[in-house]
Write a protein that binds this ligand. Structure first.
Ligand SMILES: *[C@@H]1O[C@H](CO)[C@@H](O)[C@H](O)[C@H]1NC(C)=O
Ligand SMILES: *[C@@H]1O[C@H](CO)[C@@H](O)[C@H](O)[C@H]1NC(C)=O
Ligand SMILES: *[C@@H]1O[C@H](CO)[C@@H](O)[C@H](O)[C@H]1NC(C)=O
Ligand SMILES: *[C@@H]1O[C@H](CO)[C@@H](O)[C@H](O)[C@H]1NC(C)=O
Ligand SMILES: *[C@@H]1O[C@H](CO)[C@@H](O)[C@H](O)[C@H]1NC(C)=O
Ligand SMILES: *[C@@H]1O[C@H](CO)[C@@H](O)[C@H](O)[C@H]1NC(C)=O
Ligand SMILES: *[C@@H]1O[C@H](CO)[C@@H](O)[C@H](O)[C@H]1NC(C)=O
Length: 485
């Protein structure tokens, strides 16, 4: 995700202006007691799913095939090690409801070419084991917890949530092998194309130009240092205060820098402020990890495994003015009167592409079509079909016709110094402001309660930052006497 282009422009503005599966398949897909795949069953996965529209009045049969129907993908490097430290959870969180319906066999049928073509491996970033540990940290992901929309059933909502996450993962890090459409019929090609997810680890693919050509990304550890193009360090006085880039170097002329914030993981978190915010969130769940100095831990850390977790964190977390993608797909968002009148309301997919990469160009008429929003939409429809859940009406699958973009809905977005009192002989304080910043204000009219509950903490963080580094807010003790209190 080259996301957050928006945040940058907002911050610059501040600086310069001071301003169903039916029961049949569910049972078929259960793992055996050992957790290993039942290969007899897996070989028989030519599933016929019911692909319904929103009111399920039209049902047409589409065969979603199975992983074994797909030609082998390209592989890079020498594959995963024979043994390794397995992914684990230091918090021993309980299984999520997701695990009761989304099985290891399903994961492996859906992502046969994960990890540079080698397939799911618990020694590497992408595996069912890592995926479920990550999902335990987000008990609302792919479950019926706190879903209140009545447009879809609880089953449908769970499936749509996973379908949306996987759809973005396809565009961000899928193999995206369009050559499949040259040799296979359309539906068969799609059945393999959309099984190409979780292929890439690093931005730039299996041989990333950011890395040392001798270790171009065939092992997760290869991302530990990079050439200058991979630094992705965003600097402003505020960003540098909260999320400083590492200046450290290593003795490697091809890849000398350690502060490398290029895209990593399923939906590619990138830039120091996203790594930093993920690090802040990890601290709130008791995990201390210095991602600003060691960003490659996103790919190598296994206790807990971070590669999927970083992407789930991004999918599940609002960053005002952007709601969480999850909350849009579940309908837990307030799109404003104009958008509501135009049907952009409730549990829809369209605006999620706006959030991840500002893409709203709609769906191409033919397959495979181009990258961008078109591919996200087609992938969402494919995964919904696979899971037998309705994708929803066509017009809201894209954000193309959404009247008011998310960043033009007016409400308070961040905590900033309370300019109405900085000149007074009273302690400095912070107040919600209508522009973006690094310390979020979650307006109760726009964000779920669990985020609104963070406001008081965020306000204190803002106040502390005024005293610690007044100049980044253009405050000094002559013109802003509040600093003397
Ligand atoms: C796999 O599934 C088949 C069909 O349900 C069953 O007969 C067989 O016992 C299963 N194998 C294992 C190892 O569980
Ligand atoms: C394979 O699936 C068909 C239905 O599609 C079913 O009749 C058959 O019993 C299945 N075979 C096994 C081994 O599960
Ligand atoms: C990195 O270097 C710049 C200037 O060389 C310095 O201002 C900054 O404090 C350094 N950052 C860290 C984290 O050491
Ligand atoms: C840096 O690496 C080169 C080549 O590997 C080696 O010859 C040199 O001694 C190293 N320098 C230091 C300071 O470690
Ligand atoms: C934004 O915050 C200001 C001051 O805290 C408040 O007066 C105003 O009503 C808020 N506006 C919105 C749209 O929430
Ligand atoms: C469900 O929502 C409530 C109210 O916002 C919140 O306190 C709770 O943490 C949420 N549950 C989960 C598992 O996130
Ligand atoms: C005001 O700020 C200046 C420069 O940062 C500092 O030297 C001075 O001690 C401060 N005065 C007070 C009263 O804190």
């Amino acid at each position: 995700m080259l996301l957050w282009n928006n945040l940058l422009s907002i911050l610059n503005a501040i600086v310069y202006s001071v301003e169903n599966m039916d029961g049949f398949e569910e049972n078929l897909l259960q793992d055996d007691a050992s957790g290993a795949m039942n290969t007899t069953i897996l070989a028989n996965l030519s599933r016929v799913h019911h692909y319904g529209n929103i009111d399920n009045s039209i049902v047409s049969a589409i065969d979603y095939g199975s992983a074994s129907d797909c030609p082998k993908s390209a592989k890079y490097g020498t594959g995963p090690p024979e043994s390794c430290t397995q992914p684990s959870d230091p918090n021993n969180l309980p299984p999520s409801e997701l695990e009761s319906w989304f099985t290891k066999a399903m994961f492996e049928d859906l992502f046969p070419f994960a990890n540079l073509g080698w397939g799911s491996s618990s020694c590497w970033p992408y595996s069912y084991e890592a995926f479920v540990i990550a999902s335990r940290y987000f008990p609302e992901f792919g479950t019926s917890v706190n879903v209140s929309n009545t447009v879809y059933t609880a089953e449908e909502n769970k499936k749509r949530d996973l379908a949306a996450f996987f759809a973005h993962a396809i565009q961000e890090t899928g193999e995206n092998n369009i050559a499949l459409y040259d040799t296979l019929a359309d539906q068969k090609a799609s059945n393999c194309f959309y099984r190409g997810g979780f292929y890439n680890w690093f931005e730039g693919g299996p041989t990333s130009s950011f890395l040392d050509p001798k270790t171009p990304g065939y092992q997760p550890a290869d991302g530990a240092s990079c050439a200058s193009a991979g630094q992705y360090c965003s600097a402003s006085s505020q960003i540098t205060y909260f999320y400083p880039c590492s200046n450290e170097t290593v003795n490697n002329t091809a890849a000398p820098y350690k502060g490398c914030y290029f895209g990593r993981g399923a939906i590619q978190i990138s830039y120091n402020y996203n790594y930093g915010q993920f690090q802040d969130w990890l601290k709130t769940v008791g995990i201390s990890v210095d991602l600003l100095n060691e960003p490659n831990l996103v790919m190598t850390k296994m206790d807990p495994p971070l590669a999927v977790m970083a992407s789930l964190w991004f999918y599940m977390t609002p960053q005002p003015p952007k709601p969480a993608m999850h909350d849009i797909v579940m309908g837990n968002w307030n799109s404003g009167a104009k958008n509501k009148a135009a049907g952009y309301d409730g549990p829809i997919f369209g605006p999620t592409s706006l959030i991840i990469n500002n893409e709203c160009s709609g769906e191409d008429a033919t397959n495979p079509g181009g990258p961008g929003e078109s591919r996200r939409i087609k992938a969402f429809k494919w995964f919904c079909g696979y899971f037998d859940a309705p994708p929803g009406p066509d017009d809201t699958l894209s954000c193309k016709n959404m009247p008011v973009p998310l960043d033009q809905i007016f409400y308070n977005l961040s905590y900033q110094p309370d300019w109405s009192s900085t000149w007074k002989e009273v302690p400095c304080t912070c107040a919600p402001a209508s522009y973006g910043g690094l310390i979020f204000y979650f307006d109760p009219d726009y964000y779920p309660e669990s985020f609104v509950a963070q406001n008081e903490h965020n306000k204190m963080k803002c106040i502390a930052s005024i005293y610690a580094n007044p100049s980044m807010y253009s405050l000094d003790n002559k013109t802003s006497p509040c600093l003397n209190y």
